[in-house]
Design a protein around this ligand. Structure first.
Ligand SMILES: Nc1ccn([C@@H]2O[C@H](COP(=O)(O)O)[C@@H](O)[C@H]2O)c(=O)n1
Length: 584
C-alpha cells in the first residue's frame, strides 16, 4: 500500500471457494492504481494486487487448479495518477502493464480522446501481447489512414495446469462517443462476421467473453444467444463492466457473468467446477454435475489479501509487487498529487445524500461553485444559466485535504465551458426540465439519457435507503477476532445469486439517484430577463442543441462559442484555493 494509505479495519469475512478454473477480475479502475488514500477498506494498491495474484497463482499451481486474470477496460481517467501528467498516463501504462493479465479489452474511456486511443494502441496492446482482445474495435493508423483491428479479434489457448481449451472474446458495448481514430462496430453486426461465426464453431472446452459491457444489457444477450445457439451446453463465462457495480448474471446452468465494481474498490472472484476437458476423465465428485459457479467481491485491502491467501504482513508481499508499489509512490511524488489546495470543511456526497441537500456535492456545485466560476469579463452583467451534467463529477469529497489528486478524482474530464449568446429566456429556462426528463426529442437524435449521469445510474433504478439491519455473522470466520464488530460502511451487494457475495460484511450505504443535469442562474435581475447567455459544459452540447430545437429555436454547433479558457478541473482547483483554508 502507499505510505499515506490508511490501515484497513478488521471485519467479518467470507472465504473464497476455489474450483477447477478460477478468475480474478478488475474493471473500471480509472487510474485508482494507488488505491484509496482516504478509505481504509479499499487502500491496497496495484502492487499489492500483483502480490495477491502471484500468491493465488502459487496456490493454484500447487493444487493443480487454474487461475486467470481478467481486465475489462476503463483503466484511465478518474485519478491524478493518470490525469495529472502531461501527456496523460505517463506513469500508469507501465504500472498497469506489470500485472500478468490473461485476457484484457478496451473500455469507452480509452476512446473518448484521440491521444488516449493512440496510447492504447501503442502502449497497452503491446504490454499484453496475445492477451489483448478487440472483437469489435478498430484503430485508424494515423500515418496511412488505414482501419485495422485494435488487437486480435479472439484468443484460443489452453490453461496452464489442466489444459482446459478456451476460446475468448473481448468486446466493447455499442459506444458512439469515441474520437475519430477508432471505429466501434455494434456487437450485433460483429456477430454476423465470418471470423466470429468460425470462432463459435471451434472445438473448445469453454468460451470466455470479456467486455466493457453491462451483464444484463442487449449486447451480452445477443452474444449469449449466438454462442449458445451453436453450443448447447458448453460453459460460457462472461465478465462485464461499465456500470460500476458489483454484479452477477446467470444466463443458464452453464453460463454465468461477473462484474467487479469500480475504482480499485473491488477485485472480482469467480470459480467454476464441472468443466469437461476433452480427453480427460472428470473427478468423481463432479462427474454428473453440471457447471457450478461461485463468486466473491473482494474489498481491495491488505487485511483481506492476507485472509484469502492465509499469509501475513511478512509472508504476503512479493518483490515484484513491492517494486510496483514503490513506482506508484515515486510517480505520485513527481506529480505532486498530495499537494493540498484547501481543506474541505465537511463531506460532500454524489449519491449518499439526496439532491438537493446540504450534504449533496451537486447542491454545493450549484449554489457555491458555479455562480463564482461562470464569469466572463466581457459578458459581465449578462444574466446567464449555467448547466452541467452530473456524470461530469465522479467521486465524493471527504472532509479534509482536497489535493491535486482529489481534483482529478472529482473532475477528470477535459471539459470546458462553452456558451450560446443571448438565448431567449423562455427557451433557455426550459432546458433543464427537458434534458432531465429525456424522451423522444433526444432519442430521435441518438442521444441516451444514461450518457449524462454517472454509470451507476444504468443499473440502480431507484434510491437505496437501507433499513437498519441486525448483524448475523452466520458461518463466516471473523477476521481479527471480533465477535460483535462495529461494521465498516461499504458494499452490501444483493445480486441474482443472493446477498452473500461480498467478502467483507459491511453496514449498508444509501444511494440517491440524481438528475441528468443541474443548473445555476447567475446575475439574474429581479425582473425576468428577456435574453440570457446559455453556458454549459461542452460534453452536453448535443443535448443542449436538441433541447433548444424542441423549444423552437434554431441553433447549430456554429453558435456554440468558447466561454472560459481553462477547463472545469482547473477552475475547480482554483475555486478550492480561493475558498477553503489550509487548516485541515
Ligand atoms: N467528457 C466526459 C466523458 C464522460 N462523462 C460522463 O461519464 C460517463 C461515462 O462514464 P463511464 O465510466 O461509464 O464510461 C458518461 O455517461 C458521462 O456522464 C462526462 O461527463 N464527460
Amino acid at each position: 500500500a502507499q505510505p499515506s494509505a490508511p490501515s484497513p479495519v478488521a471485519a467479518p469475512m467470507r472465504p473464497l471457494t476455489w474450483g477447477q478454473l478460477n478468475f480474478l477480475q478488475t474493471t473500471d479502475t480509472h487510474g485508482w492504481h494507488a488505491g484509496h488514500l482516504q478509505e481504509p477498506q479499499y487502500s491496497a494498491d496495484w502492487g499489492d494486487y500483483i502480490s495477491f495474484a502471484n500468491r493465488m497463482r502459487e496456490k493454484a499451481d500447487k493444487e493443480g487448479r487454474d487461475l486467470l486474470l481478467i481486465d475489462t477496460g476503463d483503466r484511465i481517467e478518474g485519478n491524478g495518477l493518470y490525469d495529472a501528467s502531461n501527456p496523460k498516463g505517463q506513469y500508469t501504462y507501465d504500472i498497469f502493464g506489470q500485472q500478468d493479465i490473461d485476457i484484457i479489452c478496451t473500455g469507452n474511456h480509452e476512446l473518448y480522446q484521440a491521444d488516449a486511443a493512440a496510447r492504447e494502441y501503442t502502449n497497452t496492446v503491446p504490454n499484453f501481447p496475445g492477451k489483448y482482445i478487440a472483437s469489435n474495435l478498430d484503430y485508424i493508423n494515423p500515418k496511412t489512414g488505414e482501419q485495422i483491428p485494435m488487437a486480435q479479434r479472439y484468443r484460443k489457448f489452453t490453461t496452464k495446469n489442466q489444459g482446459i481449451r478456451v476460446v475468448a472474446f473481448g468486446f466493447l458495448f455499442d459506444f458512439s462517443g469515441n474520437a475519430n481514430n477508432t471505429v466501434v462496430q455494434p456487437v450485433e453486426k460483429t456477430i454476423q462476421e465470418q471470423w466470429f461465426q468460425d470462432a463459435i464453431r471451434e472445438d473448445t472446452d469453454m468460451f470466455i467473453v470479456i467486455g466493457h459491457v453491462t451483464l444484463h444489457g442487449p449486447e451480452y444477450k445477443a452474444l449469449y444467444k449466438a454462442i449458445r445457439g451453436r453450443n448447447w451446453d458448453t460453459p460460457i463465462q462472461f465478465f462485464g463492466g461499465h456500470s460500476h457495480i458489483r454484479d452477477v448474471a446467470k444466463y443458464d446452468a452453464n453460463a454465468y457473468g461477473l462484474q467487479a465494481g469500480r475504482y480499485m474498490e473491488t477485485i472480482g472472484w469467480a470459480s467454476l467446477d464441472g468443466i469437461r476437458i476433452k480427453g480427460k476423465q472428470l473427478e468423481k465428485t463432479s462427474e454428473s454435475a453440471s457447471l457450478s459457479f461461485t463468486r466473491r467481491y473482494i474489498d481491495n485491502n491488505l487485511l483481506g489479501y492476507y485472509y484469502h491467501t492465509g499469509l501475513d504482513e511478512s509472508s504476503f508481499p512479493t518483490e515484484h509487487g513491492t517494486n510496483v508499489s514503490a513506482s506508484i509512490r515515486d510517480a505520485r511524488k513527481t506529480l505532486g498529487l498530495d499537494h493540498n489546495y484547501g481543506c474541505a470543511p465537511k463531506d460532500f456526497w454524489l449519491n449518499r445524500a439526496p439532491f438537493p441537500s446540504n450534504d449533496s456535492l451537486f447542491t454545493w456545485l450549484q449554489d457555491s461553485v458555479l455562480p463564482e466560476l461562470v464569469h466572463l469579463p466581457e459578458r459581465k452583467g449578462v444574466p446567464r444559466i449555467a448547466l452541467t451534467n452530473t456524470g461530469a463529477m465522479r467521486f465524493d469529497i471527504f472532509k479534509g485535504a482536497f489535493t491535486r489528486d482529489t481534483t482529478y478524482i472529482v473532475s477528470p474530464f477535459i471539459s470546458k465551458f462553452v456558451y450560446i449568446k443571448d438565448v431567449p429566456y423562455v427557451s433557455a429556462s426550459q432546458l433543464l426540465r427537458l434534458i432531465n426528463n429525456g424522451g423522444p426529442v433526444f432519442e430521435a437524435a441518438g442521444l441516451q439519457k444514461s450518457q449524462l449521469t454517472s454509470p451507476e445510474h444504468i443499473a440502480i433504478k431507484s434510491d437505496i435507503i437501507p433499513e437498519p439491519e441486525v448483524y448475523n455473522p452466520g458461518p463466516q470466520s471473523p477476521l481479527g477476532g471480533l465477535s460483535t464488530p462495529d461494521l465498516v460502511p461499504g458494499y452490501t451487494t444483493k445480486d441474482e445469486l443472493g446477498d452473500d457475495g461480498d467478502d467483507t460484511v459491511h453496514s449498508p450505504l444509501t444511494f440517491y439517484r440524481v438528475p441528468n443535469c443541474i443548473e445555476s442562474r447567475i446575475e439574474f435581475p429581479e425582473k425576468t430577463p428577456e435574453k440570457v447567455d446559455l453556458v454549459f459544459i461542452d460534453f452536453i452540447t448535443p443535448w443542449v442543441l436538441a433541447a433548444l430545437t424542441f423549444t423552437g429555436e434554431k441553433y447549430t454547433k456554429g453558435d456554440v462559442l468558447p466561454y472560459l479558457k481553462d477547463g472545469f478541473t482547473e477552475l475547480l482547483a482554483e475555486w478550492i484555493k480561493q475558498n477553503w483554508g489550509q487548516d485541515c
